[in-house]
Ligand binder design. Structure first.
Ligand SMILES: C[S@@+](CC[C@H](N)C(=O)[O-])C[C@H]1O[C@@H](n2cnc3c(N)ncnc32)[C@H](O)[C@@H]1O
Length: 302
């Protein structure tokens, strides 16, 4: 085996930000047209896109943009179900519309905790997203007890009331041997009836060759996490103990498209001033092809 850093590993002291290798948070940020990435990330992102063009599969950038549209639709749906608390796990670098900005459009006192393992995500998130009813935490979601017991989380979220547990584009960063299903179960068991689980996960159902090529690339280029695409059945297992809401486990573009209502102006973050974040989600490409890399759904805990 080559000298691979373990998945989402604590960066080495000589490279505290993990700049030697591509980083999933920063590659995703590049695909979302953000500026919080480095040459090593841009090269990796471009390699993924070149591979995609070569074998004729959808671009990662389209997938990333679709993911932000999906986030908006899911948050608005959850608010409509009465959810007022969000635990956004693997939240990523702040970019475009984030969970609290979507929620606060209609429910200003909705509470949001962002959790991410990455040091750069953590410093950017706390600088740019902290505020009333919003907290950020640097933590490893593979340690649910640590996340659930953290005073920051306990301070913002009331675990006697329903919570939305959100794993948007992150569970594929975990290896099977890390048992991501047990991780989800632990969060499930910590929340009361009426809580929801929202997932978007890379799948190998539609483009198996592309999924394998991306996984191999994460290994060959020593990304800080793998990208493990899973089958429909494997992704469905995350919803054990939840009732899957309509339309079930589908491609993001098929998940309640009529709810699409992205933040379109800087004023919509409630500040009314200069935007701290780029809030406008670009229009989706006409074919919506980016949707095909993922399966997503929302379940409710009975
Ligand atoms: C592809 S990005 C998705 C970001 C965001 N949820 C979105 O949909 O745009 C995956 C994020 O998960 C984070 N992540 C990966 N493994 C993690 C772990 N074990 N614990 C917490 N965060 C993790 C990465 O740092 C990255 O920010």
């Amino acid at each position: 085996m080559p000298d691979l850093p373990p998945a989402a590993a604590e960066p080495e002291s000589r490279d505290p930000l993990g700049l030697r290798f591509p980083n999933t948070a920063r590659v995703w940020n590049y695909h979302l047209r953000g500026k919080d990435n480095f040459e090593v990330d841009r090269r990796a992102a471009q390699a993924v896109e070149e591979m995609s063009v070569k074998i004729g599969v959808p671009l990662a950038a389209d997938t990333a943009v679709e993911g932000r549209h999906l986030l908006q639709r899911m948050v608005d749906y959850l608010l409509g179900q009465g959810i007022r608390q969000f635990l956004d796990l693997g939240s990523g670098l702040p970019s475009m519309a984030n969970t609290h900005q979507i929620a606060h459009r209609t429910v200003p006192d909705a509470r949001v905790v962002y959790v991410d393992i990455d040091p750069m995500v953590s410093s950017h998130a706390s600088a740019r997203m902290a505020g009333a009813n919003v907290a950020t935490l640097r933590a490893d979601l593979r340690e649910p007890e640590r996340v659930l017991g953290d005073p920051v989380v306990r301070d913002v979220l009331d675990f006697e009331q329903p919570v939305a547990i959100m794993f948007i584009c992150v569970l594929h960063c975990l290896w099977d041997k890390e048992d991501p299903w047990a991780v989800v179960r632990r969060f499930r068991d910590a929340v009361p009836s009426g809580s929801h689980l929202a997932i978007s996960h890379m799948t190998n159902e539609i483009h198996p060759q592309g999924a394998q090529a991306i996984f191999q690339m994460t290994q060959d280029l020593h990304w800080n996490t793998p990208l493990v695409s899973r089958s429909r059945a494997e992704i469905m297992r995350f919803f054990d103990g939840f009732d899957l809401a309509e339309p079930g486990l589908v491609s993001p573009a098929q998940w309640r498209p009529y709810l699409d209502n992205p933040l379109r102006s800087a004023q919509e973050d409630g500040s009314g001033g200069a935007p701290a974040l780029r809030l406008v989600v670009p229009e989706r490409s006409k074919e919506d092809r980016g949707a095909e890399w993922h399966l997503c759904g929302i379940g409710v805990k009975p």
